[in-house]
Write a protein that binds this ligand. Sequence first.
Ligand SMILES: CC(=O)N[C@H]1[C@H]([C@H](O)[C@H](O)CO)O[C@](OP(=O)(O)OC[C@H]2O[C@@H](n3ccc(N)nc3=O)[C@H](O)[C@@H]2O)(C(=O)O)C[C@@H]1O
Length: 416
Amino acid sequence: MEAEGSGEGRPRAHLAALVLARGGSKGIPLKNIKLLAGVPLIGWVLRAACDAGVFHSVWVSTDHDEIEKVAKQFGAQVHRRSPEVSQDSSTSLEAIREFLNQHPEVDIVGNIQATSPCLHPSDLIKVADLLQKEGFDSVFSVVRRHQFRWSEVKKGENKMTEPQNLNPAKRYRRQDWPGELYENGSFYFAKRHLIEKGYLQGGKMAYYEMRAEHSVDIDIDIDWPIAEQRVLRFGYFGREPLKEVKLLVCSIDGCLTNGRIYVTEDQKQMVSYDYRDIVGIDLLKKRGIQVRLISERDCSKTLSAMQLGCVAKTRATNKLQVLEDWQKDMGLSWKEVAYLGNEESDVECLRKAGMSGVPADACVVAQKAAGYICKSNGGCGAVREFAEHIFLLLEKVTSARKQLEEINSAIKETGK
Ligand SMILES: CC(=O)N[C@H]1[C@H]([C@H](O)[C@H](O)CO)O[C@](OP(=O)(O)OC[C@H]2O[C@@H](n3ccc(N)nc3=O)[C@H](O)[C@@H]2O)(C(=O)O)C[C@@H]1O
């Protein structure tokens, strides 16, 4: 994470990334650490900031214990802020000033907003360059929009609406009009002296134009599901190259079923499953992903009755061992294995698998170990949902390759 000197014997100005994440929020409770596509909201931008390699320090300013924990998990340092700058009415500028007061070593601070989770290291590398090499005092993110604006007419006003940026007699087609630049709220970088004077934007200013598909701003509750789809498609997933999943191992009781066992008077056992999950398994198989099932219980009769056509291991006292054996047989690395579990006995497999998920009603330890928490409960569509998550990540593998190329070319361009 540590940024290097300028190479001319003069150390570069201390550039700090600062994510503001108070505990209270107007709409969604504890929004800043709510899971977005299986990752806590602040995690998305912290991952990009840490991996950019241009910051001397990466910080989260918070007033909340749980947010502090998550921030540290994602490699950030934590500034515990005062209640005065943690109110609904507190501005970002107030919180940034408080941070700077307590950190005299920082020369330039970048307020990266967690509410814009599609940020990429390549963006931050270019911004650092504008500040440190090209000498800008402040840089903020914008996005290009092709939107025609009209003046507002208040009720009772005897006025007509007027076109603001178009000529109705000659309406441009999208491709004939460059559009306009809008602040998109992803980040605001500024030198200390500006912020101390009460400005986030000022001095020698520059904007940084972000790609439209990376420009996501979670403002209200309904933005959340849209943002979720966006990060899965366009977000930054970390440095480690993603690998295609080749095998899904699914725990039977509590994932494929809801865990309930009905016992009849003649001692027969019955479980129920959701047909959507069977569709999920079929879709995975069609995409060339093997699905195997695992249970601690002897449920072989139930399984043969279900006719799923999946390899299964019942009475598995050591699930990790079973997975390791399967991996060896199939010649797979952990990265190529996805695991859906719900119990304490699944925790090790969840931790090791390249992709891991739990149904919404999984036990807490399993939830903590998993990368993705389904919205559906076990036996009620969790397998189908996790399959969908795997498909989106497969698309991601392709775009991650492109991202890596972009990071490398950004580094080359800026000569770092
Ligand atoms: C730099 C700045 O002025 N940011 C403001 C932005 C910005 O103008 C828009 O994003 C532009 O599109 O707007 C606000 O944005 P919002 O309230 O969503 O805050 C953005 C993120 O910053 C955290 N935050 C904000 C203020 C504060 N005192 N402490 C904080 O921790 C929030 O928890 C959230 O993660 C707004 O909509 O009211 C309030 C923010 O203060």
